[in-house]
Structure formats: structure tokens, C-alpha cells
Design a protein around this ligand. Structure first.
Ligand code: ATP
Length: 357
């Protein structure tokens, strides 16, 4: 049977403030499940509920079909890794890693064998006698990972474990964590507010806002078929450009502007419409092919790409230029086109409109 953790209709209120509303999702041992959302949206509270450190106000948690609500935290055997490592400063690396096994009163020989095995796995074999203060940030995080792995947990919970590492090490550790977890066949739930981390690490992404799930899907679904304008703008850098308007006789007419765009015949929409275009879907073209004529207001050169911010009826929008395209400079007039197939359509309330184009 495949290991699986499942949350069904989880609600949580602190006092009378609801912080989680009807949270339902699951993760199997084949998933690397990432919870992503802005600060305060309830990500950590979800992990604490899974770990048993917090009781849900409503809803159920299951591990392999067994209800976990009443199971005490100590018996759930979750491997948690936090942003601040949470190592014991006065204990050696060996003692830190083996701590959960001592607590479970496992025998000394098996503890030594298992610590040796994970310390080799994580490149910590030569550090076992050191104290945490003698380690770099990346090594400390490896010790925290080793401690979570050594207990052979039922589920891994990661709470922004890479936030304290520098950018380069973060990229290395992302791959390390994903590969380690894959080999161990344990469901993993990973919390981050970093959408790049979510896209690169997750096989299943749960996007949250204000305690509510906005979308659950693969990185591909989340990026190419965002369920609403929140997901559309939260995932992707620079963010998706949104143009708000109304539909008149099959033509999109942007509010407070002269921008108009004929719409596909079968688009199921009249009334208010929001169209979304990702910065990479714009192309600079000759004037005769232009859908939008505009002016460059600022640009950011980032090596292989340039982000151009252009003004369109008083608002700033962005486009991403690949290196082979000519680079306009400040205040240049530019003409833009975009493939109609790349447009994301949302109704006035922000929900994605699905249709067969
Ligand atoms: P961050 O990314 O900033 O860590 P988060 O998405 O993990 O945020 P949570 O830490 O789960 O968010 O918090 C969700 C909301 O619940 C916040 O508004 C927070 O203030 C509130 N909250 C969390 N724990 C408690 C508590 N013990 N008592 C009261 N309110 C709480």
C-alpha cells in the first residue's frame, strides 16, 4: 500500500478568527507536496495540525486511512525540519541526529548504525563530534534533515527549511531534499512562500490565501492554468499582466482605455472580463502588427533576459525579452503583439474561464 496523508475539511479558528477554512488535500509517498502562499495564510498551522501540535476546530486527518485526530503527537512519528534548524546547541552532531531514537529508547547498536548511514547519506560523517556552532548554515540544515530522516518517519514536514541559506546553497539543497525524500518513499509536505521553490520542488502544489485553498495542481497546471487571478499573479516573476474590461459584441474593451481585442467566438463570457498575459508572451513587432502601442518606462537587465516595464493608459505592465530580441531603451516607443492562444481569461470575479480554443 502506498503511504498517504490526507486532510479532509480542516478548519481552524484562533479565538473567533478563522485561519483555516475547509482545507482538503492529500499527499502520497510519490508526491512532493508544496504549500505556498503569502505570509499569514495558514501554512505553518496546517503543518502543526498534521504534527498534532494543534487540534483542528473541524475536519479530519488520516494517515494510511487511519484517523489521526486523537493520536498524540509522539505517536504520529513525523519528521519535522524548520527554518531555524532547532538543533540542541550543547549536543554534538551525533547526539542531535540520534536524539529521536534515544527518546524512543532504541538500542545503542542500532542507533549507531542508523546515524552512520544517514550521516554518510548527507555528507556529515566527519562532523559527528562537532557542536552546532562549529557548523555552517548548510551543514546545520543537513543535521536537521538527518535527524528527521533517521527516525524513519511516517511523514516529512518541512517549514521553510532553506530560508536562512544563501541563494546558491538554497538551489543545491532544493535538489538534495527532493532526491532524498524520493528515495525514502515517505509523503512530504513542504511549506514555502517562495513561488520559485514551489515550482522547482513540488510535484503537487497547494496554493493558499487567507486560510483557503486557491488551487491544487502540478507546477504545469498552476503556471499554465491558474484557477484565478490570485494564483495567476502570485506564481510567475514578473507577475502576469491583467487587463480589466467588458465584452461588447464579441470584443474585449479595456476599462479606461482605448485597448480593444476581438475575442474567440466560443469564449463563454459576456459582461466583465479580465485578460491575463504573461510577460514572456509579448513580442516586439512592427507597427502594422501591433496589438498594443506603448512606451518603455524602465527596464531591468538580468543577463539572459531583460524585463521591460511599459506604460499602458497610466499603468505599468511588464514584458520579458529574450536575449536575441532587439533591446529598446528608456522612453522608446514599442509595438507589442501576443498570440491569442497565450491569453488567460478570467471572469469579473477573477475565476478562470475554461473553454476549448
Ligand atoms: P508565515 O509564512 O508568515 O510563516 P503562515 O502562512 O505559516 O505564515 P501561520 O503561521 O499558519 O501562517 O498563521 C496563520 C494565521 O494564524 C496568522 O494570522 C497568525 O497570526 C494566526 N495564528 C497562528 N498561530 C496562532 C495562535 N497560536 N494564536 C492565535 N493566532 C495564531
Amino acid at each position: 500500500m502506498m503511504n498517504k496523508i490526507e486532510l479532509v475539511g480542516i478548519c481552524k479558528t484562533f479565538g473567533d478568527i478563522p485561519v483555516l477554512k475547509d482545507i482538503t488535500f492529500s499527499a502520497t509517498e510519490e508526491d512532493f507536496c508544496v504549500l505556498v502562499g503569502p505570509s499569514g495564510c495558514g501554512k505553518t498551522t496546517i503543518l502543526r495540525i498534521i504534527a498534532g501540535l494543534e487540534q483542528p476546530t473541524n475536519g479530519e486527518i488520516f494517515f494510511n486511512g487511519n484517523k489521526w485526530n486523537e493520536v498524540p503527537p509522539g505517536e504520529r512519528n513525523v519528521g519535522m525540519v524548520f527554518q531555524n534548524y532547532a538543533l540542541y546547541p550543547h549536543l554534538s552532531v551525533f547526539e542531535n541526529i540520534s536524539f529521536p531514537l534515544w527518546v524512543r529508547r532504541e538500542d545503542k547498536k542500532s542507533i549507531e548504525e542508523r546515524v552512520q548511514k544517514v550521516s554518510i547519506m548527507l555528507g556529515l560523517k566527519d562532523k559527528l563530534d562537532k557542536k552546532p556552532k562549529e557548523l555552517s548554515g548548510g551543514e546545520k540544515q543537513r543535521v536537521a534533515l538527518a535527524r528527521a530522516i533517521v527516525r524513519q518517519p511516517n511523514v516529512f514536514l518541512f517549514d521553510e527549511p532553506l530560508s536562512n541559506l544563501d541563494a546558491k546553497l538554497r538551489v543545491v539543497m532544493r535538489t538534495e531534499i527532493v532526491n532524498l525524500v524520493k528515495d525514502l518513499r515517505v509523503p512530504a509536505i513542504y511549506v514555502t512562500h517562495d513561488q520559485i521553490e514551489a515550482l522547482t520542488m513540488g510535484t503537487k502544489i497547494v496554493v493558499l490565501k487567507d486560510g483557503e485553498i486557491q488551487q491544487v495542481g502540478s507546477p504545469n497546471d498552476i503556471y499554465y492554468k491558474p484557477a484565478n487571478t490570485f494564483v495567476a499573479t502570485f506564481i510567475g516573476v514578473p507577475q502576469m499582466n491583467l487587463f480589466e474590461g467588458v465584452v461588447r459584441d464579441g470584443v474585449f474593451c479595456e476599462k479606461n482605455s482605448l485597448f480593444k481585442l476581438p475575442l474567440p467566438d466560443n469564449l463563454p463570457c459576456d459582461g466583465e472580463l479580465i485578460i491575463g498575459i504573461r510577460p514572456e508572451d509579448f513580442f516586439i513587432v512592427d507597427e502594422k502588427d501591433a496589438k498594443i502601442k506603448t512606451v518603455v518606462r524602465t527596464y531591468e537587465y538580468i543577463g539572459y533576459e531583460t524585463i521591460i516595464y511599459f506604460e499602458h493608459f497610466g499603468k505599468l505592465f511588464s514584458l520579458l525579452l529574450r536575449k536575441e530580441q532587439p533591446k529598446p531603451t528608456l522612453n522608446d516607443k514599442i509595438c507589442l503583439d501576443f498570440p491569442v492562444t497565450s491569453i488567460h481569461f478570467f471572469s469579473g470575479n477573477g475565476k478562470r474561464i475554461e473553454f476549448n480554443s
